[in-house]
Design a protein. Sequence first.
Length: 162
Amino acid sequence: MKVILSDTGLEYDDLIASKCDHVIAADGKYAACQGCFGCWTKHPAECFMKDSLRQVCRVIGQADELVIVTKNLYGSYSSAVKNVLDRSIGTSTPFSTYRGRQMHHTLRYGRHDLWKVIVYGAVTDAEKDTFRLLAQRNAINDGFERSEVLFIDDLSQLEACL
Protein backbone atom coordinates (compact mmCIF):
# COMPACT_ATOMS: atom_id res chain seq x y z
CA MET A 1 0.00 0.00 0.00
CA LYS A 2 1.30 3.44 -0.92
CA VAL A 3 0.52 6.23 1.56
CA ILE A 4 1.18 9.91 0.94
CA LEU A 5 1.46 12.36 3.83
CA SER A 6 1.26 15.87 2.46
CA ASP A 7 1.13 19.48 3.64
CA THR A 8 0.41 20.90 0.16
CA GLY A 9 -3.19 21.94 0.74
CA LEU A 10 -6.39 21.55 -1.24
CA GLU A 11 -4.96 22.57 -4.62
CA TYR A 12 -3.00 19.30 -4.94
CA ASP A 13 -5.48 16.90 -3.29
CA ASP A 14 -6.75 15.33 -6.51
CA LEU A 15 -3.26 14.82 -7.93
CA ILE A 16 -2.00 13.23 -4.72
CA ALA A 17 -5.08 11.02 -4.30
CA SER A 18 -4.63 9.67 -7.84
CA LYS A 19 -1.07 8.53 -7.04
CA CYS A 20 -1.66 6.45 -3.90
CA ASP A 21 -3.90 4.16 -1.89
CA HIS A 22 -4.32 6.48 1.09
CA VAL A 23 -3.74 10.20 1.72
CA ILE A 24 -2.95 11.72 5.09
CA ALA A 25 -3.54 15.46 4.98
CA ALA A 26 -1.16 17.43 7.16
CA ASP A 27 -3.65 20.27 7.30
CA GLY A 28 -3.36 21.14 10.99
CA LYS A 29 -6.99 20.19 11.66
CA TYR A 30 -6.03 17.81 14.46
CA ALA A 31 -4.57 17.96 17.92
CA ALA A 32 -0.86 17.69 18.62
CA CYS A 33 0.42 14.54 20.33
CA GLN A 34 -0.15 14.71 24.09
CA GLY A 35 2.69 12.30 24.89
CA CYS A 36 0.44 9.97 26.87
CA PHE A 37 1.81 6.83 25.16
CA GLY A 38 -1.68 5.34 25.15
CA CYS A 39 -1.16 4.33 21.50
CA TRP A 40 1.72 2.19 22.76
CA THR A 41 0.12 0.60 25.80
CA LYS A 42 -3.59 1.18 26.55
CA HIS A 43 -5.03 0.91 23.03
CA PRO A 44 -2.24 -0.18 20.67
CA ALA A 45 -1.89 1.81 17.42
CA GLU A 46 -4.97 3.94 18.13
CA CYS A 47 -4.91 7.45 19.54
CA PHE A 48 -7.43 8.38 22.23
CA MET A 49 -8.09 11.74 20.53
CA LYS A 50 -11.10 11.51 18.25
CA ASP A 51 -9.86 13.44 15.22
CA SER A 52 -8.61 12.69 11.70
CA LEU A 53 -5.38 11.13 13.03
CA ARG A 54 -6.98 8.60 15.37
CA GLN A 55 -6.00 5.70 13.06
CA VAL A 56 -2.80 7.21 11.62
CA CYS A 57 -0.59 4.57 13.30
CA ARG A 58 -2.43 1.78 11.52
CA VAL A 59 -2.36 3.54 8.16
CA ILE A 60 1.37 4.30 8.29
CA GLY A 61 2.09 0.91 9.86
CA GLN A 62 0.50 -0.90 6.92
CA ALA A 63 2.24 1.21 4.26
CA ASP A 64 4.78 -0.49 2.01
CA GLU A 65 5.76 2.93 0.73
CA LEU A 66 5.38 6.18 2.66
CA VAL A 67 5.79 9.36 0.64
CA ILE A 68 6.05 12.58 2.63
CA VAL A 69 5.52 15.85 0.77
CA THR A 70 6.70 18.71 2.95
CA LYS A 71 7.82 22.28 2.83
CA ASN A 72 11.41 22.74 4.01
CA LEU A 73 11.64 24.11 7.53
CA TYR A 74 15.35 24.58 8.31
CA GLY A 75 16.27 21.11 7.04
CA SER A 76 13.28 19.37 8.58
CA TYR A 77 9.60 18.64 8.04
CA SER A 78 6.97 21.35 8.24
CA SER A 79 5.32 21.59 11.66
CA ALA A 80 2.09 20.10 10.28
CA VAL A 81 3.92 17.03 8.94
CA LYS A 82 5.96 16.71 12.15
CA ASN A 83 2.73 16.68 14.18
CA VAL A 84 1.42 13.76 12.10
CA LEU A 85 4.68 11.85 12.50
CA ASP A 86 4.58 12.47 16.26
CA ARG A 87 1.07 11.02 16.38
CA SER A 88 2.27 7.87 14.58
CA ILE A 89 4.57 6.63 17.37
CA GLY A 90 2.19 3.69 17.86
CA THR A 91 3.56 2.04 14.70
CA SER A 92 6.15 0.59 17.07
CA THR A 93 5.89 -0.89 20.55
CA PRO A 94 7.53 0.28 23.79
CA PHE A 95 9.83 -2.75 23.66
CA SER A 96 13.33 -2.54 22.20
CA THR A 97 15.36 -4.67 19.85
CA TYR A 98 18.54 -4.45 17.82
CA ARG A 99 18.30 -3.54 14.13
CA GLY A 100 21.50 -2.88 12.25
CA ARG A 101 23.55 -3.15 15.47
CA GLN A 102 21.55 -0.30 17.00
CA MET A 103 18.76 -0.25 19.58
CA HIS A 104 15.31 0.58 18.17
CA HIS A 105 11.72 0.00 19.19
CA THR A 106 10.12 -3.26 18.09
CA LEU A 107 7.94 -2.79 15.03
CA ARG A 108 4.22 -3.42 15.48
CA TYR A 109 3.60 -3.99 11.76
CA GLY A 110 6.87 -5.43 10.45
CA ARG A 111 9.20 -4.17 7.75
CA HIS A 112 8.34 -1.74 4.94
CA ASP A 113 9.97 -0.81 1.64
CA LEU A 114 10.45 2.93 0.99
CA TRP A 115 10.43 6.10 3.12
CA LYS A 116 10.42 8.85 0.50
CA VAL A 117 10.49 12.57 1.23
CA ILE A 118 9.73 15.22 -1.37
CA VAL A 119 10.89 18.61 -0.14
CA TYR A 120 9.70 21.83 -1.77
CA GLY A 121 10.81 25.40 -1.29
CA ALA A 122 14.21 27.01 -0.90
CA VAL A 123 16.79 24.61 0.56
CA THR A 124 20.46 25.24 1.32
CA ASP A 125 23.12 22.57 0.85
CA ALA A 126 23.42 22.16 4.63
CA GLU A 127 19.64 21.69 4.91
CA LYS A 128 19.76 19.06 2.16
CA ASP A 129 22.37 17.12 4.12
CA THR A 130 20.28 17.40 7.28
CA PHE A 131 17.15 16.21 5.45
CA ARG A 132 18.92 13.20 3.97
CA LEU A 133 20.20 12.14 7.39
CA LEU A 134 16.80 12.75 9.01
CA ALA A 135 14.99 10.66 6.39
CA GLN A 136 17.54 7.87 6.68
CA ARG A 137 17.22 7.74 10.49
CA ASN A 138 13.41 7.95 10.36
CA ALA A 139 13.35 5.09 7.87
CA ILE A 140 15.47 2.91 10.14
CA ASN A 141 13.40 3.76 13.22
CA ASP A 142 10.12 2.95 11.47
CA GLY A 143 11.37 -0.23 9.79
CA PHE A 144 11.70 0.96 6.19
CA GLU A 145 14.34 -0.80 4.07
CA ARG A 146 15.43 2.35 2.28
CA SER A 147 14.98 6.10 2.17
CA GLU A 148 15.00 8.65 -0.60
CA VAL A 149 14.86 12.45 -0.54
CA LEU A 150 13.96 14.58 -3.56
CA PHE A 151 14.20 18.35 -3.65
CA ILE A 152 11.96 20.44 -5.90
CA ASP A 153 11.87 24.20 -6.29
CA ASP A 154 8.10 24.45 -6.28
CA LEU A 155 5.01 22.26 -6.34
CA SER A 156 4.62 22.49 -10.11
CA GLN A 157 7.26 19.72 -10.22
CA LEU A 158 5.40 17.46 -7.78
CA GLU A 159 3.63 15.15 -10.23
CA ALA A 160 6.91 13.88 -11.72
CA CYS A 161 8.16 12.90 -8.26
CA LEU A 162 5.11 11.01 -7.03
